[in-house]
Design a protein around this ligand. Structure first.
Ligand code: ADP
Length: 311
């Protein structure tokens, strides 16, 4: 089932086109990563999906309902974790979650239970009675997430939820997202960190300059840019070795050796790792390290745009 459908969506701020005709669908159960550098148009796009920004042109459907006419009923099935932390500093963590969840019509004991459950989910139950002003950046982000999920939305949208936080909170957030997805929520996750998208997302849309320039599973995207892995062999001694024999191994397309490092390009689908290692052991060449470098999402972005994600 399609949870989100975008048809040729355009957003203009005055004369500036921040989103330039984006079309894609998100299926139920996905963790969909929107990957792109700062300014690519990710926030603009998801704010339109949530009905927080008007669409200049095109159409967005959330759970089958047009967002232009987005009723409160559809909005209640969405949970947005915005990039800017939105919390009340004069309320405790528990009161913050109750406030946001209460906006969806919950009250009484159900509201209390939901608030406690959401705080537990993000690992902040023991801080329920503290105010966010005493929290670290990572804890504030986790509280932000609790506020967005207490009404158990079907679709959870997180806009760069790990920017500027400590590694422990980052891991906690990534684990929480996976758990929410296992429990049935469809997730949209924007990030300019390819490692995070790589770690948790099932599908990826790559955005640049307001356009969706590629989409698919991680494997599809990687395969689309290269069918070659590079095997990097670091020798124990800084030496030049003869590489002719390596070139003759099935599947190898290129070999170069420089300052004790041998780089071997090989077709991904050919299983030749054993033969490569045998070449070195046969010649009694001592290996310090061997690494199989497969293309990653950064390679994908580079090959599509000629830039890195953090240029
Ligand atoms: P991302 O989330 O990928 O970093 P944004 O959606 O925030 O990208 O921004 C996309 C582009 O739109 C940027 O060039 C940004 O400067 C511009 N932009 C964002 N919000 C506004 C606004 N309210 N008015 C004018 N330009 C904006």
């Amino acid at each position: 089932m399609k949870v989100i459908e975008l048809k040729d969506v355009v957003k203009k701020y005055g004369d500036f086109e921040a989103v330039k005709g984006v079309t894609f669908n998100i299926e139920e159960g996905e963790i969909y990563g929107l990957l792109g550098p700062n300014g690519a148009g990710k926030s603009t796009l998801i704010n339109m999906i949530c009905g927080l920004l008007n669409i200049t042109k095109g159409e967005i459907f959330v759970l089958g309902q047009s967002m232009e006419r987005g009723s409160a009923k559809v909005k209640s099935k969405l949970g947005l974790v915005p990039q800017d932390i939105a919390l009340y500093n004069n309320l405790t963590a528990y009161e913050n979650v109750k406030f946001f969840c209460g906006l969806y019509g919950f009250s009484g004991s159900e509201l209390k239970e939901r608030a406690e459950k959401a705080l537990k989910y993000v690992g902040l139950l023991d801080k329920a009675n503290s105010t966010p002003s005493t929290f670290s950046g990572g804890m504030k982000r986790r509280l932000n997430i609790a506020c967005a999920i207490a009404h158990t939305p079907k679709v959870i949208i997180l806009d760069e939820p790990t920017v500027g936080i400590d590694p422990q909170s980052r891991n906690h957030i990534l684990e929480s997202i996976k758990k929410l997805n296992e429990k049935g929520a469809t997730i949209i996750y924007t990030s300019h960190y390819m490692e995070e998208v790589e770690a948790i997302c099932t599908k990826v849309g790559v955005m640049d300059h307001g356009k969706l320039i590629a989409m698919g599973t991680k494997e599809e995207l990687k395969d689309s840019v290269s069918n070659i892995n590079t095997i990097v062999v670091t020798l124990q001694e800084n030496q030049e070795i003869k590489t002719d024999g390596i070139k003759d191994i099935e599947g190898i397309t290129n070999v170069y050796c420089e300052e004790g490092i041998v780089k071997i390009d090989s077709y991904k689908e050919v299983d030749n790792f054993d033969k490569i290692i045998l070449y070195f052991t046969d010649k009694n060449i001592k290996i310090k390290n061997i690494e199989n470098k497969t293309p990653n999402l950064e390679t994908v972005f580079m090959s599509l745009t000629g830039r890195t994600l953090r240029d």
